[in-house]
Write a protein that binds this ligand. Structure first.
Ligand code: GLU
Length: 362
């Protein structure tokens, strides 16, 4: 073959290769359109605004609408087709059981839509751990459900909300996030909604899970390290579609010199369970044992939890004879999460042994 012929052959070959590459890019784009992610906004600091950029702690939560939050992160458009919906505009300490039900029903309905691939919920940090656990227990879907929040309002220097929202959408849009239970994404970490908790009240590294995070988001990509072993979402026996109301459950804080006033008041109010947030290993002072026994005789469930922050692990029949009193050991759940699980469990059973099984399994 002469040199000129060889050149023109190579030229045609090059053109063909270019066309092939171009068409495969096109095919790739057509085969894999961007996932659809719905962002449900509920308020919190992530929607907060302060008077000056130096205000990282003094500001008003729940001010900025979801349309503005999404506009501020145009990079979301490269990750997913994102639509926003304002469900509430509140600080999360004001969340009620009714709010939990409204939010969970909306999440459940969206998760059944074929045009929704993932759901993000913007939330205040104060009770995000409760909402995340509630959804983890009651939403039957394998689609990623991700709660995001921030410790600083968007008006502050070094605000963390934009990146947390971006990371949350990255996780919700990722097929690798399916069937991992409901997650909370903050400060680069992907936590399980089951055991993450707010442990610091003033800085962006506020959230910790005693058992570590599930993974991390780095530059728009999720990296996974663990699976949640406890039952969740599609593996749960609870389903928001069948829950009509949530039984009242309250937490009594344990400390030196505590008396039975709060327990008696909650029993009188009609609570169905009391979480005793005991010291150490869910310890109960001798003078409160008869008060709690009396509550139990009146049909109120007694759950021993611990207010020790990082690793309040309560062992059944240690500290108190739970078998004898028909009490429940709260396992590793902190008091506010034990409150959520007890309330959900009581929608199905009032048998304390069954409630104990539920505490081990979830
Ligand atoms: N207390 C407010 C809330 O939980 C603001 C705290 C926050 O979001 O960081 O919504």
């Amino acid at each position: 073959m002469r040199l000129a012929q060889l050149r023109s052959c190579l030229h045609v070959f090059g053109l063909l290769a270019l066309l092939t590459a171009f068409s495969s890019t096109m095919t790739f784009a057509a085969d894999r359109p961007l996932p659809n992610v719905v962002v449900l906004a509920t308020g919190g600091t992530i929607a907060g605004a302060g008077a000056s950029s130096a205000n990282s702690a003094t500001y008003q939560a729940a001010k900025v609408p979801i349309s503005k939050l999404l506009e501020d992160v145009p990079q979301l458009g490269q990750v997913a087709n994102v639509t926003g919906e304002q469900v509430f505009q509140v600080a999360s300490e004001s969340f009620t059981n009714d709010d939990l039900m409204v939010l969970a029903r909306r999440v459940s309905a969206l998760s059944k839509q074929s045009d929704v691939d993932g759901i993000v919920i913007t939330h205040g940090t104060d009770t995000v751990e409760e909402t995340a656990y509630f959804l983890n227990l009651t939403i039957h879907t394998k689609k990623p459900i991700v709660l995001v929040a921030s410790m600083r309002p968007g008006t502050a220097m070094s605000a963390d909300g934009m990146l947390n929202l971006y990371d949350g959408v990255v996780v919700a849009a990722s097929s690798s996030a399916r069937d991992r239970g409901v997650m909370v994404v903050l400060n680069d970490n992907i936590y399980s909604g089951r055991d993450v908790s707010k442990m610091i009240n003033i800085s962006p590294n506020a959230f910790v899970s005693p058992w570590g995070s599930l993974g991390m988001v780095v530059e728009g990509k999720p990296y996974w390290f663990r699976l949640l072993d406890k039952r969740h979402t599609t593996h749960s026996e609870f389903n928001i579609d069948h829950i009509k109301t949530l039984p009242e459950v309250d937490v009594v804080y344990g400390y030196g010199n505590v008396d039975g006033t709060a327990i008696d008041a909650f029993v009188q109010k009609g609570d169905k369970a009391i979480i005793y947030a005991g010291t150490g290993n869910g310890a109960v002072p001798a003078r409160l044992v008869p008060v709690l026994q009396k509550a139990r005789e009146q049909g109120v469930q007694v759950v021993r939890s611990s207010h020790v922050n990082l690793g309040g692990f309560v062992v059944r029949n240690a500290e108190q004879p739970d078998d004898k009193y028909n009490w429940v050991a709260g396992h590793d759940l902190n008091p506010q999460k034990a409150k959520i699980l007890a309330s959900v469990a009581l929608t199905k059973t009032t048998n304390s042994r069954d409630i104990q099984r539920i505490f081990w399994e979830y």
